[in-house]
Design a protein around this ligand. Structure first.
Ligand code: E4P
Length: 217
């Protein structure tokens, strides 16, 4: 399974690549958090850092406007995937952009029926939001499992990108279900890397090593 970072912060992305991250997802909230800079410049800068796909979301409403903006975003870089919400307009946009040969990531997916439609519209990625379902007392894992099963049984080629990831458990659950990738906040990436017993064990090894050097001297 691949790991993507869910951020538009260039420093986090540079560090993430050093820890095995191969793609990035952004959304309007994450881009806005980075300040008032130019959207295209920011997305291109991200593409210059990561080797894999970078999702950039449309920021307009109405199918015609979304299609026009999606075509524009797709032209920013070869690795850009256009992110489109799982709305009635969004499915139409995914079909049209797919016919143009543009990769689409259908985002804000909260049901298996939306995931089925996304696949039938030719979406490249489907992004089920695990954390936001957990937040309202439903189980994001159940949705992920249902989508993986439907796609497997129907030989549907859309890649499952586990999103709205809140903790390392979500990442491991996505991996064991066979999701193509999980997109995670930088905080969760750091949590994946650390274990308190590794830190204390390493501190002890180094202390013993330096103690030995001191004894020799
Ligand atoms: C995915 O592409 C989204 O940007 C993201 O995972 C949303 O997560 P959130 O629920 O933490 O905002």
């Amino acid at each position: 399974m691949k790991l993507f970072l869910d951020t538009a912060n260039l420093e986090q992305i540079k560090q993430g690549v050093k820890w095995g991250v191969s793609g990035v997802t952004t959304n309007p909230t994450l881009v806005a958090a980075e300040g008032v800079g130019d959207y295209k410049t920011l997305v291109r800068a991200i593409c210059d850092i990561v080797p894999g796909e970078v999702s950039a979301e449309v920021t307009v409403e109405g199918a015609a406007a979304m299609i026009a903006q999606g075509r524009e975003i797709a032209a920013w870089h070869d690795n850009v995937v256009v992110k489109v919400p799982c709305t009635p307009d969004g499915f139409e946009v995914a079909s049209q952009l797919g016919n143009d040969g543009i990769k689409v990531n259908m985002t804000l997916c909260f049901s298996a029926s939306q995931a089925l439609l996304a696949a039938l519209c030719g979406a490249y990625f489907i992004s089920p939001f695990m954390g936001r379902l957990d937040d309202i007392g439903q189980d994001g894992l159940d949705l992920l499992a249902e989508i993986v099963d439907i796609y497997d049984k129907g030989s549907l080629e859309t890649r499952v990108l586990a999103a709205s990831v809140r903790h390392p458990g979500h990442v491991l659950q996505a991996a064991s279900l066979g999701a193509y990738a999980a997109t995670i906040p930088f905080k969760v990436l750091e949590q994946l890397a650390r274990h308190p017993l590794t830190d204390s064990g390493n501190a002890r090894f180094l202390a013993d090593w330096h103690g030995r050097a001191a004894k020799k001297a």
